[in-house]
Design a protein around this ligand. Sequence first.
Ligand SMILES: Cc1cc2nc3c(=O)[nH]c(=O)nc-3n(C[C@H](O)[C@H](O)[C@H](O)COP(=O)(O)OP(=O)(O)OC[C@H]3O[C@@H](n4cnc5c(N)ncnc54)[C@H](O)[C@@H]3O)c2cc1C
Length: 442
Amino acid sequence: MRRDPLASDCLASDCKFTPYWWDVDGVDLAALAETGAALPERVDVAVVGGGYTGLSAALTLARAGRAVAVLDAEVPGFGCSSRNGGLVGPSLHKLGLAGLSAKYGARKADDILRESMAGLEFLFDLIARERIDCHLVRTGRFRGAISPRGYEAMARETEALKKAVGLDADMVPRAEQGAEIGSDHYHGGVVSHGDGFLQPALYAAGLAARCRLAGAGLFGQARVESVSRDGQDFDLRIGGRRLKARNVLIATNGYTGKELPGFRRRLIPLRSGMIATEPLSGDMMRSISPKNRGFSDDSRLVYYYRPSPDGRRLLFGGRAFDIADRPRAYGRDLHAGMTRIFPQLRAVAVSHVWSGVVAYTFDHAPHLGEFDGIHYAMGYCGSGVGRATYFGHKIALRILGHPQSRTAFDDLPFETRPFYNGYPWFVPFVLRWHALIDRMGR
Ligand SMILES: Cc1cc2nc3c(=O)[nH]c(=O)nc-3n(C[C@H](O)[C@H](O)[C@H](O)COP(=O)(O)OP(=O)(O)OC[C@H]3O[C@@H](n4cnc5c(N)ncnc54)[C@H](O)[C@@H]3O)c2cc1C
């Protein structure tokens, strides 16, 4: 693969600026929805957003006999759900056990962590039950520490989580990390044995197919421009079209637009980027990930990476500094990040660069619930393959009035900040500051 001398020295001359996932396994997102089809006049539930949250909710609702329409501004799966790294884990809260206990009390902290672990098992069960072929493997994840202090903090947290909620994880000191990763960048790390990875676009396509089989309508090019009350029902405007619904679920996460200001001002959109390397030799791939594990680290910019399902490429992701989509810039930054960890990949070209917009929240927790009768589930803070699937199911149970809809996240206040309207002007500054601290190894 030749490099493009004009663009940047690490991009292949035929580098694509679309997700690697869209190029393999015959994924055709456009085929998942009816685009331009007439909408029904009325449904029981209108689901706004066709990613994992919306599709998982639609599946539960349709199986319970509800008439459901999933409306996506582009096509179902177009957002993060076909762009992510596919790494799956319990997404334990950023504050850790001690931070959670200080904020909510020990009992609530325990409930939140246990439910996060249950959410991951829900994902594995659903994929097995629905027989969704999405190259899911459960080979564990190595999370590297970028400093000795980070390693000690990781060891304390791992010990506490093993005791409190039975996390299946082991510390790996620096002297032994060669058995986990072909890099001496880290000061040791932790292996979480229950984690895995999947092909995200195949998973989205599989969920969409199950929704259609269950009777849900999936509609593309259907941007919802407004949602208003109409007696007992809601009235949705979609281009020149209208739809009445008894219930509405907002599942737009990082793509939540100005048409939903109440949700937008509670979310901080961040661009997360990924690169795929050109095919590497079998020996190189085995040296990078000897146990076919996924990876992440404790850096503030949060690098995450994994082998491709065919084991021939490294797929490497992290935060982009700007909210605007500048793939050449974040492609170059990610290549630099990758070669700091794996100097042996310095000469390797990038075949794909892409990104998506994730949604952070002010309290670092995902949220689900109801505002003025409108249901929502969102704010997965960059870690949503398992969480979105689980939250979609739980919010669907709540719409159904099911007793098992209760979650430990129900009563967490969904905060915003004064004068914040959803435009994250401060993010580039914060990320550059974080990058500096990471480079100093703090
Ligand atoms: C590059 C990248 C890497 C990631 N890696 C990982 C990972 O390895 N592991 C992990 O757990 N998580 C990862 N994530 C996060 C994860 O992908 C998301 O948290 C998850 O997919 C969110 O799903 P969702 O259904 O809530 O939102 P999305 O999949 O983003 O779907 C939202 C949808 O809403 C639609 N929409 C928006 N507004 C409207 C409207 N007004 N009307 C109709 N439709 C609308 C959009 O078109 C979009 O399709 C990553 C994300 C990115 C971008």
